[in-house]
Design a binder for this molecule. Structure first.
Ligand SMILES: NC(=O)c1ccc[n+]([C@@H]2O[C@H](COP(=O)([O-])OP(=O)(O)OC[C@H]3O[C@@H](n4cnc5c(N)ncnc54)[C@H](O)[C@@H]3O)[C@@H](O)[C@H]2O)c1
Ligand SMILES: O=c1ccn([C@@H]2O[C@H](COP(=O)(O)OP(=O)(O)O[C@H]3OC[C@@H](O)[C@H](O)[C@H]3O)[C@@H](O)[C@H]2O)c(=O)[nH]1
Length: 346
């Protein structure tokens, strides 16, 4: 059994985890590991599904309401005997039998999570409660994809997991960042009160193929704009920073966290830090040197700086990102060119 609370903090559960299904200890039955991925039709979720499906001992069930995700992201698995896709909203209970739950369901791009903020809060709070209820009933281990946004507009830099954050509780981003903070609280309360095996990843900005072209996040915006020869829209002042992790590195980190002994929270992200102006210059240089860069208005409460301290991920998960931004952007460009039907010129 995993040593819960072995992450160097004082959150150890006082209770043993609920008993897993008898299938886990069956001697003769060749049971597969049944893994639920909520939000599995989305960007990170679909890459996670690809990786989990590589293991022939895994059965993967995706539950998604397709708000920002798409069946298209999973088309290669539809009809596969070890794969199942359920149209399901996590704000409703789900009664299935599983061994692990990767709980990703939640819109992640600011324009989508602000579109219906009350629904975003329900997804984070009621959705996480429902998935914890499922984990408790069947004795499953559950991993939550939390976010660097729990640090708000951080006053310490880089951010390590001991930082409690600087978050506006009543702002337009609060449905997401406060929603994720409550989701983390629920995870630890279920762990302490009911002995549930939990894992919390604090994900920093992630990019890669399959992001929605009109997703609104900065990397997808800049790449689509550069390919379409439209001006790259840097939101003022342009000196705000982010740290960008390529999606295959992210998926590797999430699986290591799930399989390891540490509850987290653990930052998973790439510490390479860029201003938005630097990002625009890099995209311009790599994809379309002729494109214009323009400054546009920003949105309220935009964090001014963000960079993960990944000491804990290195020490506890033996994980660090491998793909640099300059190597990841062209991989994403290929995917965007295919979907936008704009081939490279030469
Ligand atoms: N991509 C990032 O940079 C980033 C950073 C930090 C945290 N995260 C977290 O990682 C997870 C995945 O992010 P992503 O970038 O793949 O986003 P995404 O929007 O591509 O994927 C989210 C998926 O969740 C589904 N979904 C949304 N609400 C749902 C609901 N109520 N019921 C069922 N399904 C629902 C969507 O349809 C979509 O398929 C999210 O929890 C997000 O908060 C992502
Ligand atoms: O076209 C654009 C879009 C965005 N930006 C800027 O780029 C920066 C990053 O913005 P994004 O919308 O990509 O993402 P944010 O970092 O604000 O939020 C993200 O953080 C981590 C996750 O939880 C989510 O994926 C998302 O909330 C911001 O400073 C924003 O002002 C631009 O300069 N131009």
């Amino acid at each position: 059994m995993a040593k819960e609370g072995s992450n160097g903090n004082s959150h150890a559960s006082t209770k043993p985890p609920p008993t897993p299904s008898p299938l886990r200890s069956a001697k003769f039955f060749q049971a597969n590991m049944r893994i639920l991925v909520t939000g599995g039709a989305g960007f990170i979720g679909s890459h996670l599904v690809d990786k989990l499906m590589e293991n022939e001992k895994n059965e993967v069930i995706v539950a998604d309401n397709y708000f920002t995700g798409s069946k298209d992201n999973l088309k290669k698995w539809i009809g596969h005997p070890r794969f199942e896709l359920i149209r399901h909203d996590v704000t409703e209970p789900l009664l299935i039998e599983v061994d692990q739950i990767y709980h990703l369901a939640c819109p992640a791009s600011p324009i989508f999570y602000k579109y219906n903020p009350v629904k975003t809060i329900k997804t984070n709070v009621i959705g996480t409660l429902n998935m914890l209820g499922l984990a408790k009933r069947v004795g499953a281990r559950i991993l939550l994809t939390s976010t660097s946004e729990v640090y708000g507009d951080p006053l310490i830099h880089p951010q390590d997991e001991s930082y409690w954050g600087n978050v506006n509780p009543i702002g337009v981003r609060s449905c997401y960042d406060e929603g994720k903070r409550v989701a983390e609280t629920l995870m630890f309360d279920y762990h302490r009160q009911h002995g549930i095996e939990i894992r919390i990843a604090r994900i920093f900005n992630t990019y890669g193929p399959r992001m929605n072209i009109d997703d609104g996040r900065v990397v997808s915006n800049f790449i689509a704009q550069a390919i379409r020869s439209e001006p790259l829209t840097v939101q003022a002042p342009g000196t705000q920073t982010r740290s960008f992790c390529y999606v295959s590195d992210m998926v590797d980190g999430l699986i290591r966290l799930m399989e390891g002994d540490n509850t987290g929270p653990i930052n998973i992200g790439n510490p390479g830090e860029f201003t938005m102006l630097e990002l625009a210059e890099t995209v311009k240089e790599l994809i379309n040197p002729g494109v214009e860069i323009i400054m546009v208005e920003n949105t309220p409460d935009d964090p001014r700086q963000r960079k993960p301290d990944i000491t804990k991920a290195k020490e506890l998960l033996n994980w660090e990102p491998k793909i640099k931004l300059r190597d990841g952007l062209p991989l994403m460009e290929d995917d965007f060119r295919t979907r936008l039907e704009v081939p490279r010129k030469n």
